[in-house]
Write a protein that binds this ligand. Structure first.
Ligand SMILES: Cc1ncc(COP(=O)(O)O)c(C=O)c1O
Length: 406
């Protein structure tokens, strides 16, 4: 694969920077920064209402990006793509809407809401709180010793569940859940189950096809795929979205407002109240173009190569525990680990002083860390701009940390 680092100004401005925290947020290529700049400097205007040329251009651009997003995840229609702030907001939108809908899938007392032990708090807390609010049962699917789910163990409870919210790729273990098969199996147990996929750690790194997965909802954040912060996506099947209650009320999401009542706009605008993050949407379009020109399959291949290389380099390190599968093909570009006797915050801080950026803490996955019996872990994660030398420098730094604590 070509050297992508040169496309990212941050690496020119910080020539010694080793950035291994892309699961938290990714760096931005020049084409994305240029697209944002172009929007603000040549066609900055509010969308939908303006009838002068730059407003029309901005509106057309937003709809063009919506189409691009739909194609990127193979949604049937661009009306199934809702622009939100991030994956977190998308999940909250669905949870809120399921709480207030008048449709048959409204969550009521005694219903089961299911999620998994592997979730980021974004895909855990909204469901837990909804269950508390509605007096519903909160089912948390556990993992086996191979960090996998055995759906057959939960068949009975899943039969009665209204919704299952599950991650595609774990931001801690790197586990890639085999969602196509899982969703197929789940549908044979419970045909009415609504399935929401948290794709925050998959859409930036691998080909994701919502029709092939047959999920009902899928969410992701632009900032993890080289777009700006502040833009995210909710995909939902039209049949569901069209029956759902809006999450936010206000301008641009209405058809007609009278003193007595309001009728709402058609999809997708019904869910997009207020002025959206237009520059963020423009940046997402540029990021998708950049990914398309690289080929998402090549991104995945590159990350598998990096994961294999990193696992190989870390294999012989003493007193190092890696969490998750050691099979590079079965995991995303994330490796969480601990060094015996050294707090992960110390590891990250000392590496930080060497300009090696890694993450430490519970990575917004406290239930999973409790399940693993650890309070925290350190984490490295990769993207298109990482190279084997980054891993060499990281491993070297890690060895220095170990020496300091001996
Ligand atoms: C698996 C997963 N889901 C959801 C999120 C939340 O993303 P955001 O903070 O962009 O809403 C993250 C962020 O790290 C994540 O890793």
């Amino acid at each position: 694969m070509k050297n992508h680092k040169k496309d990212f100004p941050i690496f020119q401005n910080n020539p010694d920077l080793i950035y291994l925290d892309s699961a938290a947020t990714s760096q931005k290529p020049r084409v994305v920064l240029d697209a944002i700049n172009e929007y603000y400097t040549s066609y900055n205007a509010n969308i939908k209402r303006g009838i002068y040329p730059i407003a029309e251009k901005a509106t057309a651009k937003v709809e063009e990006v919506r189409k691009k997003v739909a194609q990127f995840i193979n949604a049937k229609s661009k009306d199934e793509i809702i622009f939100v702030r991030n994956a977190t907001e998308a999940i909250n939108l669905v949870a809120y809407s399921l709480a207030s809908t008048s449709a048959s899938w409204r969550i009521s007392r005694g219903d089961t809401i299911a999620t998994t032990i592997m979730e980021h708090h974004s895909n855990f807390v909204p469901w837990q709180q909804l269950a508390i609010q509605k007096n519903a049962d909160f089912l948390v699917l556990d993992i086996d010793q191979n960090f996998k789910f055995q759906i057959s163990n939960f068949k009975y409870q899943i039969k009665n569940a209204k919704i299952l919210a599950i991650t595609h790729v774990s931001n801690v273990l790197g586990t890639i859940n085999p969602l196509k098969k899982m969703i197929n199996d789940l549908r044979t147990v419970n045909a009415d189950l609504i399935i929401l996929v948290d794709a925050a750690q998959s859409v930036p790194h691998m080909s994701v096809d919502v029709q092939d997965l047959d999920c009902d909802f899928l969410v992701f954040s632009g900032h993890k795929m080289m777009a700006a912060t502040g833009i995210g996506v909710l995909y939902g099947k039209k049949t569901l979205l069209s029956k759902m209650q809006p999450f936010l009320y206000g301008g641009e999401m209405i058809r007609e407002v009278t003193i007595q009542n309001t009728s709402f706009a058609k999809l997708p605008h019904k869910f997009e109240a207020g002025t959206p993050d237009i520059a963020g949407i423009v940046s997402l379009g540029a990021a998708i173009e950049y990914l398309n020109s690289t080929g998402i399959e090549n991104v995945l291949k590159h990350e598998i190569m990096l994961i294999k290389y990193a696992l190989e380099q870390l294999k012989n390190m003493q007193e190092l525990t890696i969490y998750g599968s050691t099979n590079a093909r079965k995991r995303g570009g994330v490796i969480s680990f601990n060094l015996k006797g050294i707090h992960p915050h110390d590891v990250a801080q000392i590496l930080g002083e060497m300009e090696i950026c890694i993450r430490a803490g519970h990575h917004c996955a406290m239930p999973l860390h409790n399940r693993l019996g650890i309070p925290a872990s350190a984490r490295i994660s990769f993207y298109i701009y990482n190279e084997e030398q980054d891993i060499d420098k990281f491993v070297n730094g890690l060895q220095k940390v170990q020496k300091m604590f001996r």
